[in-house]
Design a binder for this molecule. Sequence first.
Ligand SMILES: [Zn+2]
Ligand SMILES: [Zn+2]
Length: 407
Amino acid sequence: MKCRFLGGAEEVGRVGLLVESGDTRVLFDYGYVPGRPPLFPGESPKVSAVLLTHAHIDHSGMIPWLARRYRPRVYAVGPTAEMSQLLYADSVKISDTEGLPLPYGTEDVKASERIYNVITYKQELQFDGFTVIPRFAGHIPGAAMFEIQWDKKILFSGDLNTVNTRLVGGATPVKTDVLFIEGTYAGREHPDRRELEKEFLDRIDEVLYQGGKVIVPAFAVGRTQEMMLLLYKTGYEVWVDGMGKAVNEILRYHPGYVRNMKQLKSAERSVNMVYSPYGRKLALKGDIIITTSGMLDGGPVIEYLRAIKNDPKSAILLTGYQVEGTNGRLLLEKGAVNMYGVTERISSQVYFYDFSAHAGNTQLVEFVRNCSPEKVVVYHSDNRQELAEQLSEFDVVLPSNNEGFTL
Ligand SMILES: [Zn+2]
Ligand SMILES: [Zn+2]
C-alpha cells in the first residue's frame, strides 16, 4: 500500500492522505487551513473515493475542488456531510467578502452535495483490495477514525478525543498493526475538564456580579453546542448567535450522534437565539453571548466586541486554541482586535479556557499503547518529535508532506 500526505503531515490542518493499493486510489480527508492567507494542501491526482473523518474545514475544505474534477464518492458519518456543506458556503462567502484565495466557488459547492454518501459507524465499505470501517472518534458529532482491513490492519485516527465532553463521548482504542495518529497536543496537557468548567463558571459569576457582559466566542461546529450545554442551567440570560444555530438544526436530525440529545434540546429551548439586528440589541441587554467566529475572524462576534470594547467590567472568554495570525491571537497577545480593517484596542477583560476537543499528550500516548500497533505514523502536529520520543517502544514514522512511503 502506497501512502503520501498531500498536507497535514508536519503541521496542524490541511490534511490529505493519498492511499494507493493496486488500481484503487483514495483520499483520507482533504482540507485546508482557513487562515489569512489560507494554506492549501498539494494537488490531488484523480481519486475514486474520499473517506472524510469529520466536518472541520482543515479536513473537509478541499472536497468541493475535487467534486467537479473527479466526482469521487465521499463517505462521511452522520451529520458530517451537512455540517461540512454549511462550512463550504461560509468559506465561499468569506473569500468573496475579504478577497481571500479559494480554489472553488458556489458551483463547486453545489456539485459537492451530490457526491456525499452518508454512512454510519461500523458500516463496512468494500474497495478493490481492502475494506474500510468507520469507528467512533469523539472530537465532534460524526467524527470517525477509519479502520482499513487489508493484508494488515491500519487505523487512521482523524482528530481524536478520548475524554468525555458534554456534547460527545470519548473514543475507545482499536487493536491495529499500523496506527496513523494525530498529534495536535503532542507535548501539551489539558487541564482537568471539571476543574476547567468550574473556573469558567466562577469567572462568569464574577464578571456578571460586577455588572459586565460576557462574550463567549465559539466555533460553530461542536464548541457552540458544548457551551450551550454548559451554560443553559446557570440561570443567566444566555444568547446564541452565528453559524452554530444552523449546526444545532442539523444535529436535531442526527440525534444518535450527540451524547445526550434530550439535554441539547433542553439547552436549545433555554437559551435565546439571535435572528435579527434587533435580536443582537436584545442580546447585549442579556448576560452571556455565545457566538462565532471562535477565533474572532469575522462573524457576529465582531459586532459584540465593538459594543463592549470600552467596558473594563465586561469580559471575553475564549474557548479554544487561537491560531497564529488570527484576531483571537492578536487579542491575547496585544489586547487588540482588527475590526473592519481597523485595529482597535479592547479595554474589556480577556481570558482563555482550554475547552479542546483533542486528546492531550497523556491521552495520546495511552491511546497508542492500547491500540498495540507495530508501527505508528504521527501526523497533524507541529511537535511530532516530542511525541515520538515517548513512543520509543514502537516503530515511529514521521513522514513529510509529499513524501511517499509504503506500508
Ligand atoms: Zn484537525
Ligand atoms: Zn477537527
